[in-house]
Design a protein around this ligand. Structure first.
Ligand code: PXL
Length: 273
C-alpha cells in the first residue's frame, strides 16, 4: 500500500508533512511525499516566517516518477502554496492514482471564519474544483462554508450541515465537515452512503494548530489499512482529541502543534486490533 502526501514542509510548528509522514508511516504503509512549499514555520501566529513556493520543481518531479512507472493507492493533498499547484495536484492524480485508488483532499484555506495568509476567494473557487475530483474531502467549518458558499455561522449549532453535504457530495465524493463545536462536543459530520452520520468527541476550547492535519493524516492512514469511513473517522477523531487534551494539559504554546507523538501507540493499538 503506497500513499502520496502532497503538502508543505513547515520546518517548525508540527503540521502538514511533518505530521503526515510520521503518522501515515506509523500506520504501516509507505508514505511518499510531494512538498508544495518550504516555510521556516507555518503561517499561523509566527511573525517573519520564510516561504519558498516549490511549484517550479513539481513538473520535473512528476516526469521523473513517470519514468519509474510509479503509482499510488491513495493520494492525499493538504496545504497548497498557490493556485497553480491545484492544477499540479490534479495532474498528479490523473497520472499516478492507481485504478480504484482513492483521492483525499483536505482543502486547507482557513479557520475561525478567516482565510489563512496567502489565500483569497479566487483560490477558494479553484479549491472547489479540486474537491470535485476527490473521493473524500475534509474541510473544517470555515472551509466547508467557503466551498459550499454559505455564510460562516455565529454558532456551529446553526451550521446547515445537510445543505453543505448536499452541495459537496457527488456520486464519488464523500464530504465530511470536521471541528463542528456543539456545546461541550466537537463533531465530525460525514456522508455515509447517502445519509449523514455524526461522530463526536469532547471539545477543547480554542485553536490547536496542526490538529486538522493530524486528523487528515490519521484518517488517510486508517483508509490505507482498509478501514471503512466510519471506523477511520472514529479512530482519527479520538487520536486527534487525545493529542489535543494532552497539549492543553501541558500548557504548551499552541503554535508549536499538538502532542500527537505521545498518543501514537494507543492509536496504533486500536488500528491494529
Ligand atoms: O495546518 C494547516 C497549515 C498548513 N500549512 C501551513 C499553514 C497552515 C495553517 O496555518 O500555515 C503553511
Amino acid at each position: 500500500m503506497r500513499v502520496l502526501a502532497i503538502n508543505d514542509i513547515s520546518c517548525i510548528g508540527k503540521c502538514s508533512l511533518t505530521v503526515a509522514l510520521p503518522v501515515i508511516s506509523a500506520c504501516g504503509v509507505t508514505c511518499d511525499v510531494l512538498p508544495t512549499a518550504l516555510l521556516s514555520t507555518h503561517t499561523g501566529g509566527f511573525v517573519g516566517y520564510t516561504f519558498r513556493d516549490l511549484s517550479g520543481d513539481i513538473p520535473q518531479i512528476l516526469d521523473h516518477w513517470e519514468s519509474l512507472g510509479i503509482s499510488f493507492d491513495i493520494i492525499c493533498s493538504g496545504y497548497l502554496g498557490s493556485i497553480s499547484q491545484i492544477a499540479a495536484v490534479l495532474d498528479a492524480k490523473r497520472r499516478f492514482l492507481a485504478p480504484g485508488g482513492k483521492f483525499v483532499v483536505d482543502p486547507v484555506m482557513g479557520e475561525g471564519g478567516k482565510l489563512y495568509a496567502h489565500f483569497d476567494m479566487n483560490f477558494a473557487k479553484e479549491m472547489r474544483r479540486l474537491c470535485e475530483e476527490a473521493d473524500y474531502i475534509l474541510p473544517n467549518v470555515t472551509e466547508a462554508c467557503l466551498l459550499a458558499d454559505v455564510p460562516y455561522p455565529e454558532n456551529d449549532r446553526l451550521l446547515p450541515v445537510g445543505k453543505i453535504v448536499e452541495k459537496l457530495r457527488s456520486s464519488h465524493t464523500c464530504p465530511m465537515i470536521t471541528g463542528v463545536v456543539e456545546g461541550t462536543e466537537n463533531a465530525v459530520y460525514y456522508d455515509d452512503g447517502g445519509k449523514i452520520s455524526r461522530f463526536a468527541v469532547p471539545n477543547a476550547d480554542g485553536v490547536f494548530h496542526g490538529s486538522g492535519d493530524v486528523f487528515a493524516a490519521a484518517f488517510t492512514g486508517c483508509l490505507a489499512r482498509g478501514k471503512d469511513v466510519g471506523t477511520s473517522v472514529a479512530l482519527a477523531s479520538e487520536f486527534t482529541t487525545n493529542a489535543i487534551f494532552r497539549t492543553a494539559k501541558a500548557g504548551d504554546d499552541r503554535r508549536y502543534g499538538i502532542r500527537f507523538e505521545e498518543e501514537i501507540f494507543s492509536f496504533l493499538r486500536k488500528l491494529n486490533a
